[in-house]
Design a protein around this ligand. Structure first.
Ligand code: ADP
Ligand code: ADP
Length: 234
């Protein structure tokens, strides 16, 4: 079973009188090659769900598989969460968190280099993504020299570079204008198709919401699936 499968997931913070059920009943399925939206008001559980998916916190109950790996099954969990995060999950955060003393290319190439890819090949792959995201002209710049929008696009390239089977993107287009926001969505869709990646995009960006084929709404820790407009990407 590839992609992302979540069944009856719940997450309780705290215990006793102060216990709070942030996720009550989350059910999701994202097929390889698919990009789905996750939408919900503040406090609905989006960050909690992303943290569970990213193996940053443990769910309380339910079942969750990423790619070929069962990562949580009613209390049982995989042992090597660090390896799972490193090899299987691409994170694209709201804040770029670029490494200030590496240039743009090496910020993107670092992960494949650490994974043992020859430097030249890692940099070529980085440049390919930077080109697709239209920041190739900043390849030799340092992060501090970039605009906010450019930093965001570099951070997206870094999240995609290892071609993980799962990509979790938290408001990836928030600071971008609509042309660039659409470029990011197009690239996520291309990556998804080309590398059979399952992508979840947490967003409330009205520019990109019409592009999703499927959307999960989350409210008070409960998900509901809905068909999206699936507007064609040009
Ligand atoms: P969202 O990302 O949709 O804004 P969160 O997942 O951050 O929602 O939060 C969902 C609910 O869980 C909120 O009511 C929040 O106050 C609560 N919550 C989040 N983190 C914790 C925590 N560490 N301890 C207790 N409650 C938390
Ligand atoms: P964006 O809409 O992408 O956020 P900005 O208007 O912030 O763009 O920046 C426009 C251009 O100015 C970009 O090419 C950016 O790299 C450049 N720039 C912004 N801040 C700096 C800086 N501190 N040093 C060098 N170049 C900068």
């Amino acid at each position: 079973a590839k992609g992302i499968h979540i069944e009856g997931l719940s997450k309780r913070y705290g215990s006793g009188d102060t216990a709070f059920l942030a996720l009550k009943d989350v059910n999701m399925r994202v097929e390889p090659g698919e990009v789905v939206g996750l939408i919900g008001p503040s406090g609905s559980g989006k960050s909690t769900l992303l943290k569970c998916l990213g193996a940053v916190i443990d769910p309380t109950a339910g079942r969750m598989t990423l790619g070929d790996d069962v990562i949580f099954d009613n209390g049982w969990k995989v042992r090597d969460l660090r390896a799972l995060r490193r090899d299987k999950i691409g994170f694209v955060f709201q804040a770029p968190y670029l490494i200030p003393f590496l240039d743009v290319t090496d910020n993107v190439a670092l992960l494949p280099m650490l994974a043992g890819m020859p430097d030249a090949q890692a940099r070529a792959r980085a440049l390919e993504l930077l080109t697709a995201l239209d920041v190739q002209h900043r390849a030799k710049a340092m992060p501090s020299q970039l605009s906010g929008g450019e930093q965001q696009r570099v951070a997206i390239a870094r999240g995609l570079v290892n071609r993980p089977p799962v990509i979790l993107a938290d408001e990836p287009t928030a600071p971008l204008d609509s042309v660039r926001a659409m470029a990011v969505i197009r690239i996520l869709n291309e990556m998804a198709k080309r590398f059979e990646t399952a992508v979840i995009v947490v967003t409330h960006d009205e520019k990109i919401i019409p592009t999703f084929q499927r959307i999960y709404h989350i409210r008070d820790g409960v998900t509901h699936e809905e068909a999206g407009e699936g507007r064609a990407l040009s």
